[in-house]
Every structure is written in C-alpha cells, then in structure tokens.
Design a protein around this ligand. Structure first.
Ligand code: C2E
Ligand code: MG
Ligand code: MG
Length: 646
C-alpha cells in the first residue's frame, strides 16, 4: 500500500497524453490491452479487451481491473509498481457471469510516463487452456508486436512458434501462416486456432506497419511528384558522402531550376502548372539511372544525386542530358509550352566533404547558370564561393547604408529636343561606399531587390527626390511643371502599401502629383497579376504619371500598353545607339515613335550621345530625350544652377 501511495504522490503523468498514446499504439494490436495506473485502475482499453470482457471499452475506463478478476485470483492479480514484467494466468469475469481464461502480461512503462503507468496484455486462452506454454509465448509474441519489432523479425518469430509448438517444418509453418488449407488440415481444431491467433496478430502488425510506412513515405516525399523531398534529399546526400570510396568514385549533385516557371504558372493557372511539374519530374527521372535520387526541393527546383561516378566527364554529360530533356516542348492546356532549365553541377570526392557545403556549391553553380543566361549547365568552381561571399558582404553593407540613409541622388535632366527646354529630371541613386568607392546602381539594385531592401530604400529615394523638387521650386520659378522621375522596382510595386506610401510622400512634401513620374521596366507589366494592376491604377488615380523604362528590351508584347495606365515610354538606349546603323534599326525606332503618337503616349529617347542621334530623333518626331550629349547626371543643387530657364 505504501508503495502505491508513494506512486501517486510522485505521479506527474498527463493522463490525456497517456490515453492518446495508448490509442495511437494499442488500438489494433490483435490482443486485449489496458493501460493501468498505480492503483490498478483502467485508464484506457482497446476493443479486443472490450470483446474479451464483453463490456464496451468506455465502460471499462475508470474502473479497477480487479473488478473483472475472479475473487480467488485477485491476490494473484495484485501488483506493485516497480516490478518487472509479470506473467499471470487469471480468470476474468464477464457481466453475464461467464468466466474467461486469460494470460495477463503486465509491464510497467519505464521509459514512458515515469514508470507510473503499466500496460497489461490479456491473451484469451479460454479455448486452448491445454496449450498454456505455447500460448504464453503467444502473449510474448503479441507484446513484441506492441514493441514494434521489424517486420522480418516478427515473421520469423511467428514461424518459430509454430515449428516448436506444433512440430511443423519451417516451410509448413510459413504455409500455415499464409492460410494454406493443406497444412491447416493436418492440424487439430485447437492447433488451428493457435495458428489463427498468430496469423491474426501478425497481420495486424503488418497492417500497422504498412500504415506507418505510408505515413513515413508521405513525410519523406513531395506530394505533387512523388519524388523525394528536400529533407530526404539532404539525408541521402549526407549518407552518400559518408560512403564515398575516395580515389575510386565520386558523387555529384545537379541542382535544377526551371527558367521563368513563375510566369508560365501564372499564365496557365496552377492546375496546368502542377501537371507541368509532374512532367518535368518524369523527364528528369527518365534520363538518370534508377539508382540516382531525384528530388523536388522547392516550387520549381529539382535536384539529383548521382552516386558511384568514376569518369570525370560523366557528371557533365548527365547534366547536359537533363538539360536536353527539356528540349521537346511540354503540353499544357492543349498548347506547346517551351521550358528550359538552369543546372548547377557540384562534385564530392571524399568523406571529408561537408554535405551542407556540397549542396550550397551546387546551388551557387545553379545561380550562376541562371544569371549568365538561361538553359545552361555551370560546374561549380571555388571562385563562385568568393563571389557569393562578396555578395553577402555587400548585402550587409547595403543593409547598414539603408538604415543610415547613406545614399545620394543625382539627377539627369529630361530635355525637349526641339527647344532644349528642361521638362524635368530623373533621380538616379548613388551609393558612396566607405571602402569600395561609388558603387554603380546596377551592382547593388539587384541585390537590394533580392533581399527586399529595395522597399525601404525606394521609400527613401521617393521622399528625397520629392524634397529636392520642393527645394528647386523656389529656384525655378519659371518652371512650375518641372517633373521629377523616380525609378521603382517590381518588388516595391508588390507591396500592398505602395500607393499609400506615394500618397503620403506627396502630402508630406506638398509636391503636386502631376510633378511626379514613376519609372518601371516592362517586366512589371509582363509579370503583372491583378494585384499589380490595382496598384498601378491606384497610383495613376492619384494623378502620378507612369513611365515604361528601357522600353523595347523586354518582351515587346505590346498589348499591355492598352491594358495598363501608361503615360510615357522611355525608348531604350540600345535603339538610340542603333540609329546610325542599319535602316531596320531606324525603322523600328520610327515605328515606336509612331505608335507612341497614336496611343497618345509621351516618348523619351534614352542615352543620346551624339549630335547625329539627336538630329535623327528630332527628324523622326521624338519629343523628349536624355543622354550624356545633353547632360550627364548631376548633383541635386546643380539642377537650378544649370537649368536654362532658371
Ligand atoms: P535607367 O533608369 O534606365 O537610368 C538611365 C541610366 O542610363 C543611368 O545609369 C544613366 O546614368 C545612364 N545614362 C544616361 N545617359 C546616358 C548616355 O548617354 N549613355 C549611357 N551609356 N548611359 C547613360 P545609372 O545611374 O547607372 O542607373 C542605372 C540603372 O539603375 C537605371 O537605369 C535604373 O534602372 C537603376 N536605378 C537607378 N536609380 C534607381 C533607383 O532609385 N531605384 C531603382 N529601383 N532603380 C534605380
Ligand atoms: Mg529610369
Ligand atoms: Mg532606362
């Protein structure tokens, strides 16, 4: 008694957790099981025990186990916590007064629940009292099922039980477990029941294992393609690196990213996008060996682990094969869709390889493949790591500079070509870096976009540009319409608050909306979802004008000019540079100018560097221009000092 009281006093078990654990592990183990507390109270019982006691499981809960034990056996049934597993034969009472014979195996749950709970297995031996020895083992067998041994071990134990207790040969035992009538006929009724009990326990165990495997498969695989997922892939890489036989073989990771998949996915819809991803998975799987691991490790990112390579050229050859597997068009929604993949290749030759770095190297090579053109394979080289380190350092500096506002804006005048009058100026961001000198925007804007820093940075640019506009207005009394143009990136437009930011900046500085132009590249329109369209309309609704920057370098699907509120086209400087070349170049520029006129869109030619270019643009009827010939970008306070109308 003392023991028990102590048990209760120290019991810290969460009973709900215990009951949940029990439901999870003991629901269908094939024999009766109960979860008991230190006082022998039933906390949970499974259906098999309910059947044995002919009492619904929920009515068993909360009652003492001894209520179901024959009075003469209660002494036997008593137990003290802390004992090892005990095996006892008991007579159990059913509500109708009938008696069932059972072997109870009681096991304190030492590892779980502080050992203050116990699990009792009840083997129904009512029908085969005579086979007690074998049946006791059957009980143990059932317990090994609950202990979750491996499948093969369970089968061999089951056979072993049959060979020893029924004097069957091993193959006969196997046949008996498989339900072979030939063997079962050799046995008496009781023996057949014995076989059936074992087979049923085994089957339950196997069913549970199958369910667990399915659960496990789900956790390890990508639901869409059935390929390994990121975690599994990383684990396989880990494992494979640990087995490399240096000097004899090497490993290779192919990191595969589908080029421009987002656009395809957005235009086709996710259903077709998903189907495409499945097709991609199949194509990749089709060109590697069955022993290689193919995984989907992100939205449109796949990876392959190639093992046991021996010839140095092999990895690249396989990478090329994967790349070429994208050549034939894919079918989606009755259309042919052309996809390409950028592939990074990294190899590992010794067990000393750090698997995380190995993966990172393949990733770096893939990023390099992407940034140097699409549909390419790039093999990792250490210089990429240096470039990445440089990028990381630069990003860190950029973060600090954004926090402190360590930037400056220069302005390049936008000029009316016929008169030389300035109609405004474009703000161009400058980063004077403490050690690297002046970093050009094309070196840090992409970094700011990738890291999201472009959002706070862009806010700073907008405010500062408008503040300069306020300062100029006093010095440029003859130019009340002087506009300031500000570049914005796609990433800023994706922010739902962007229109509010613009409105606030205008309010705070008192600059009229008509004096602000926001420049964005064609990609904004090509990737536009409904959200972007709403954002553009909201900004346009404020009275702010929108310009398409670098016009002509993007996709040139001109339909968006109809769908979006575009006020100004800025003809890319490559067209201006081409004006003196072939007649075709001139024809294209002339056509764009005509198009702008017809759509009532203003046109600014960028990058005018020579008098000849200026002359031709004037002839073609281009109204506005920008370029080194006219003015180089200058400091903000040089604007009123230089402006001809000032
Ligand atoms: P952009 O908006 O097309 O700006 C024009 C770029 O062409 C500027 O380069 C300008 O200095 C340069 N340029 C002007 N006239 C000539 C010329 O006659 N010949 C040549 N070769 N170049 C000329 P910059 O300042 O290096 O800016 C480069 C790009 O960086 C800009 O191209 C713009 O896309 C981006 N950028 C600059 N400031 C910002 C900003 O505040 N926010 C964002 N998101 N992007 C910016
Ligand atoms: Mg611009
Ligand atoms: Mg431009």
């Amino acid at each position: 008694m003392e023991e028990r009281d102590r048990g209760i006093a120290t019991m810290t078990v969460d009973l709900r957790e215990a009951a949940a654990w029990f439901r999870e592990t003991c629901r269908h183990v094939g024999v009766g099981v109960a979860l008991l507390d230190v006082q022998g109270r039933i906390l949970a019982a499974n259906d098999e025990l309910a059947a044995l006691l002919r009492t619904p499981a929920d009515e068993l809960v909360g009652r003492g186990e001894d209520e179901f034990v024959h009075p003469d056996d209660r002494q036997l049934a008593d137990w003290g916590i802390g004992d090892d597993a005990q095996r006892t034969q008991l007579r159990l009472l059913r509500p109708d007064g009938e008696i069932a014979y059972a072997i109870r195996i009681l096991r304190p749950l030492r590892e779980r629940f502080d050992g203050s709970l116990a699990l009792a297995h009840y083997l129904d031996v009512t029908e085969h009292n005579s086979r007690l020895v074998g049946l006791a083992e059957l009980g143990e067998f059932a317990q090994t099922v609950a202990d979750d041994r491996s499948g093969a071990e369970l089968v061999s134990r089951a056979r072993n039980l049959l060979t020893r207790h029924l004097a069957l040969a091993d193959d006969q035992a196997a046949a008996a477990l498989g339900g072979s009538p030939d063997v079962l006929e050799l046995l008496g009724g009781e023996d057949r029941a014995f076989v059936r009990s074992i087979a049923s326990i085994l089957e339950t165990a196997q069913a549970r294992r199958r369910a667990e495997n399915a659960r496990h498969h789900l956790a390890a695989h990508d639901g869409l393609t059935g390929l390994a997922n990121r975690a599994t892939f990383a684990a396989r890489v880990d494992e494979a690196v640990g087995r490399i036989e240096a000097g004899r073989e090497y490993l290779c990771i192919l990191m595969i990213d589908i080029d421009g998949f987002k656009r395809v996915n957005d235009s086709l819809g996710h259903l077709h996008g998903d189907r495409l991803l499945r097709d991609v998975a199949q194509r990749i799987t089709g060109v590697v060996r069955p022993t290689d691991t193919v995984a989907r490790i992100g939205g449109d990112e796949f990876a392959v682990l190639l093992t046991g390579l021996t010839v140095p050229e092999e990895a690249e050859a396989i990478a090329t094969r994967v790349r070429d597997a994208f050549r034939a068009p894919f079918a989606a929604d009755g259309r042919a869709v052309h996809l390409s993949a950028s592939i990074g290749v990294a190899t590992a030759r010794s067990r000393a390889t750090d698997p995380t770095e190995f993966l990172a190297d393949a990733d770096l090579a893939m990023t390099e493949a992407k940034s140097t053109g699409k549909g390419r394979c790039v093999v990792f080289r250490p210089a990429l790591r240096k470039a990445a380190a440089h990028r990381i350092a630069l990003e860190e500096d950029l973060r600090v500079a954004v926090e402190r506002g360590n930037f400056r804006l220069d302005f390049q005048p936008i000029v009316e070509l016929a008169t030389g009058r300035w109609i405004g100026a474009e703000a161009l961001l400058r980063w004077p870096h403490p050690t690297r000198g002046l970093v050009p925007p094309l070196d840090f804007i992409p970094l700011a976009e990738d890291s999201g820093l472009v959002v706070p940075l862009g806010r700073w640019v907008l405010r500062t540009a408008l503040q300069h506009r306020v300062a100029w207005s006093e010095q440029l009394p003859r130019c009340p319409d002087f506009c300031v143009s500000v570049n914005v990136s796609v990433r800023q437009l994706a922010e739902p608050d962007f229109p509010d930011d613009v409105a606030h900046a205008l309010d705070a500085t008192g600059v009229p909306p008509s004096a602000l132009v926001l420049e964005m590249t064609e990609s904004v329109f090509m990737d536009a979802e409904n959200g972007t369209l709403r954002t553009l309309e909201a900004i346009h609704g404020l009275g702010v004008r929108l310009a398409i920057d670098d016009f002509g370098t993007g996709y040139s699907a001109l339909s968006y000019l109809r769908n979006f509120p575009v006020d100004i086209l800025k003809l890319d400087r490559s067209f201006v540079a081409g004006l003196l070349g072939t007649a075709q170049d001139r024809a294209v520029t002339s056509a764009v100018i005509g198009l702008a006129h017809q759509l009532d869109i203003d046109l600014v030619a960028e990058g005018i560097e020579t008098f000849d270019q200026l002359e031709i643009l004037r002839e073609l009827g281009c109204r506005l221009g920008q370029g080194y010939l006219l003015h180089r970008p200058m400091a903000a306070d040089a604007i009123p000092a230089t402006c001809p109308a000032a």
